[in-house]
Design a protein around this ligand. Structure first.
Ligand SMILES: [Zn+2]
Length: 289
């Protein structure tokens, strides 16, 4: 099918409109380390936008292979090593399924860095990691006003990971529960809710209950049992995604982030109004639709 002159003119107008918004037309430029920049033929990255990549993507991919296990950074006050635990969230954020050691991953990261006014180099170092954490945190519940009694409903024990929980520990904000049921049905259809997976570990917590938990575990830091917890709202759900239900050790979280259930949530929970807390693979918050 040939393109008519009219279609071509429309396409040009569209391209210039996109450029005006900051989507520059694109050349894919990559070069081996230690060589002068060489412009290689253009490569379409997506149907409508491409990006001029002025970075050493081979070198970036090599660095990412190391940094995913070695980058030193902190989450709250907790020392973190590497970012491999966060790969499903990172991949979703930068829009790629490519392996972390590939030039495609580095290219996707480059584009995300540029969009976020970071030095675009395709390397996932500290500055980029902190910006990603900030991005996920900003998308969470900011209003943590405790739920009123009339906003909460008590759900059947069978919905809970621990079916012996008493009534007052099985309460959830009404619209959150409805959204959870929709999510659960979709996950079951996709084979991501086998056995205990996606059962609720914990939902609404009263301030008193949270204070008690903290007294029992004084080691629980700011990233653990928050003083101003989103669980007070009844809109935060801890869902079973595999492994040890709520253990923050890297070894446990590494198992959790590889389960079919977690990977499904990362890709789909947002459609049902849920957003992740990056540090705890089991913790999801209902933002509404
Ligand atoms: Zn939680």
């Amino acid at each position: 099918m040939s393109m008519s002159g009219k279609t071509f003119a429309l396409l040009l107008a569209l391209l210039s409109a996109l450029s005006a918004k900051g989507h520059r037309p694109v050349a894919f430029v990559s070069r081996p380390a230690n060589s002068s920049p060489v412009t290689t033929p253009m490569r379409e990255l997506t149907a409508t936008t491409t990006t001029t990549i002025d970075a050493d993507l081979f070198g970036a991919a090599k660095q990412n292979a190391t940094l995913q296990n070695d980058l030193n950074w902190t989450f709250g006050k907790k020392q973190q090593r590497g970012w491999s635990i966060y790969v499903p969230l990172i991949s979703r954020l930068i829009g790629t399924e490519a392996g972390t050691e590939s030039t495609d991953f580095a290219a996707a990261l480059y584009r995300w860095q540029r969009t976020n006014n970071l030095t675009p180099n395709g390397i996932l170092g500290g500055e980029t990691m902190y910006r990603m954490i900030q991005t996920w945190q900003a998308a969470r519940l900011q209003n943590r006003t405790p739920a009123r009694d009339d906003q909460l409903i008590t759900v059947p024990a069978s919905e809970f990971y621990d079916a012996s929980r008493p009534d007052e520990q099985r309460r959830i904000e009404r619209s959150t529960y409805a959204a959870y049921q929709r999510l659960l049905a979709a996950a079951a259809t996709a084979g991501a809710a086998e056995g205990s997976h996606l059962k609720i570990i914990s939902a609404h917590r009263s301030r008193e209950y949270q204070d008690n938990l903290r007294r029992k575990d004084p080691q629980a830091g700011s990233a653990g049992l928050a003083i101003n917890s989103p669980h007070f709202t009844g809109r935060a759900l801890d869902l079973y995604v595999g492994g040890d239900p709520v253990d923050t050790k890297d070894a446990n979280r590494s198992i959790q982030v590889r389960t079919r259930t977690y990977l499904w949530l990362v890709k789909n929970a947002e459609h049902f109004g849920f957003r992740p807390y990056p540090y705890e693979p089991w913790h999801w918050e209902y933002m509404g639709n």
